[in-house]
Design a protein around this ligand. Structure first.
Ligand code: C2E
Ligand code: MG
Length: 581
């Protein structure tokens, strides 16, 4: 029965004492507790003081006691407390959206029981029903909105990438499991690993804040490319992955991947910067032949590695031969670590010649690896591997030590130039390494030239320049190698950092044989001289090239025209021979 009688309805204003002799005796309005029937004042006071909403019922569901917090929890007014009524009866005629929801929560509650209910205004309430002695029950209600939203946010964070909002690896692996189940039923899917080309340069040149904006934009473009059955995830850095569900054929997977690559390669406008990057994709089909999600991802990643090493911007499918190549690479890595430890690295030396007198002014030390089965390997085969697996510092220390020791034993005090990788400038260990090599060998510091490339100026310039300064303070000279390869940053460096600049051999190769071709070399030489650096020309392969070089331009030359790199033992012969190169 719905009790609607206004005669039975009591409106209680908080703080106003109830009229004397009222049938709602025991009501302590000041304590903000509402009781349609006489009740123990201590109990009422206690109920008013607790933080939760509380409502006490008789065995027949009639309300005997409720505190204000209980009413407030559901957004109800205090004129609701009606003697002899149940909550459904009291709330039945209230046009409040929350009331319906609250009522629903209360009616479906068992005793004992607990329910959570999110109301129309967004709050989430937790209602607990417990039996009371002698029949009846008590409902306790608490507002757990904050707790729930914190939990929901934590649950969201555990499954999504914070920067792009895309799902993370956990979700991807779940989707992969799902795709595997579907593959058992004959449904084809594809796993894609995706990596951005040239993204590192964006971070290095424009900073991480801009890099992050680019990643956000990439996430957005990926999201827009998704079909209903696809999942895209960010795995970290500039690595993304994707599951294409319900694919008809590998061809279709490839077409979609190519569309994504084209879309991600469109320029990005971030503030004032127009940024151009690319993307490469590796694909492994999920066709039931491979059952392990981790293997599928690894295969797609191997295909990606292949796509990237082919220059990027490519879509490549996994092939079993890639695994063989990877095994080979792992073998090479292990052998290289061993070679650095066991002194299987040796140095060849190529003379650097005074172009006017033909005198040998010094030698460039060029590392070689006496490989156990493949013979003498050139640096192109292993320097990048040493950089990638983080042993370049150890390799660099070996080369420095050996070059200084061997040069200290030469019959004439000519210079020795040692190539340095940019990654050797990641910390100030390089200063210690150079100082130790000089000390161990007893080589005069002025005879040591360190050849660095311009890439050390693009990443972390101030720190690299500071290190170069400390190295120069040891008395060694610094040569800027490979000028003309890539964009030039040398003019941004302080004037006294580089003593020597080596114009890259590609410039000479490009200029040779063209009318006015040597003008470019002369321009580079003049540019270096203006900045107070002595220009050397690399890659002089023929006397004809040499003859065309203007006197007064490059002072020093290096190349096959003078001598190819020779083993350490032959240096003595070159130095001792009276012949000028
Ligand atoms: P780089 O510093 O530009 O060294 C010159 C390279 O050009 C050497 O190749 C040399 O053999 C070659 N070369 C010299 N004259 C001519 C010429 O007239 N024509 C042609 N076509 N080539 C010529 P190499 O020895 O294979 O070294 C390649 C690169 O490996 C070096 O280029 C250097 O960047 C790097 N490298 C060599 N040794 C080391 C090292 O100990 N540490 C590090 N980090 N890198 C090294
Ligand atoms: Mg060099």
């Amino acid at each position: 029965m719905v009790v609607k009688s206004t005669a039975r309805r009591r409106k209680i204003a908080p703080g106003v004492p109830p009229p004397a002799g009222d049938d709602v005796a025991g009501l302590i309005a000041r304590a903000q507790t509402f009781s349609p029937a006489p009740a123990n004042p201590d109990l009422l006071a206690a109920m008013a003081g607790i933080a939760a909403g509380v409502c006490v019922y008789t065995a027949t569901g009639v309300v005997t006691l409720a505190n204000r917090r209980f009413l407030e929890a559901f957004g109800l007014t205090d004129d609701l407390v009606i003697q002899g009524a149940t909550w459904p009866e009291m709330m039945a005629d209230l046009p409040v959206t929350n009331t319906g929801l609250a009522l629903e929560a209360l009616t479906r509650l068992t005793c004992p029981g607990r329910t959570e209910q999110t109301l129309a205004d967004g709050r989430t309430l937790c209602i607990t029903r417990s039996p009371v002695e002698g029949g009846g029950w008590v409902d306790t209600v608490g507002d757990i909105t904050d707790e729930r939203s914190t939990l929901a946010a934590a649950a969201y964070r555990a499954r999504h990438d914070a920067l792009t909002g895309l799902p993370n690896r956990t979700v991807l692996m779940e989707r992969m499991q799902e795709a595997l189940r579907l593959a058992q039923r004959g449904e084809l899917s594809a796993a894609l690993c995706l990596d951005l080309d040239r993204f590192k340069a964006v971070n290095d040149r424009l900073g991480h804040a801009i890099g992050d904006k680019v990643l956000e934009a990439v996430g957005e473009r990926l999201r827009n490319q998704l079909r209903g059955t696809d999942t895209a995830a960010r795995l970290g850095g500039d690595e993304f992955a994707m599951i294409q569900g319900r694919i008809r054929s590998p061809r279709e997977a490839q077409t979609i991947a190519q569309r994504i690559v084209a879309d991600l390669s469109r320029p990005y406008q971030i503030g004032a910067h127009e940024i151009r990057i690319g993307a490469s994709v590796g694909i492994e089909m999920i066709d039931g032949s491979e059952l392990n999600p981790a293997n599928i991802l690894r295969n797609a990643d191997l295909a990606l590695y292949r796509a990237k090493s082919a220059g990027g911007g490519d879509v490549t499918f996994y092939e079993p031969a890639m695994q063989m190549r990877l095994d080979e690479r792992h073998r090479l890595e292990a052998q290289l670590r061993e070679a650095i430890r066991d002194d299987s690295l040796i140095l060849h030396y190529q003379p650097q010649v005074d172009l006017r007198s033909g005198q040998i002014l010094g030698f460039e030390a060029l590392v070689r690896w006496q490989h156990p089965t493949r013979g003498l390997l050139e640096p192109v085969e292993f320097i990048h591997v040493a950089e990638e697996i983080g042993v370049i510092r150890q390799l660099g220390v070996r080369v420095l030590d050996l070059a200084c020791l061997e040069a200290a034993g030469w019959s004439r005090p000519v210079s020795v130039s040692v190539n340095m990788s940019s990654s050797q400038f990641a910390d100030d260990g390089i200063v210690y390494d150079v100082a130790s090599a000089l000390q161990r060998s007893g080589l005069t510091p002025a005879r040591l030239i360190l050849e660095v490339t311009e890439s050390i100026l693009t990443s972390n310039s101030p720190a690299a320049l500071a290190l170069l300064g400390r190295l120069k303070a040891l008395g060694v000279r610094i040569s800027l190698d490979n000028l003309g390869v890539g964009p030039s940053f040398v003019s941004y460096a302080p004037r006294d950092v580089f003593d020597i600049v080596k114009i890259d051999q590609s410039i000479l190769a490009m200029s040779s044989g063209k009318p006015g071709g040597m003008d470019l070399i002369e321009a580079y030489a003049a540019f270096c001289q203006t900045l107070g650096m002595s220009p050397t020309i690399g890659g002089v392969e023929s006397l004809a090239q040499l003859a065309r070089l203007e006197p007064g331009g490059c002072e020093v030359g290096q190349g096959f025209a003078f001598a190819r790199p020779v083993p350490a033992n032959d240096v003595h012969q070159l130095l001792d021979s009276a012949t000028r190169l």
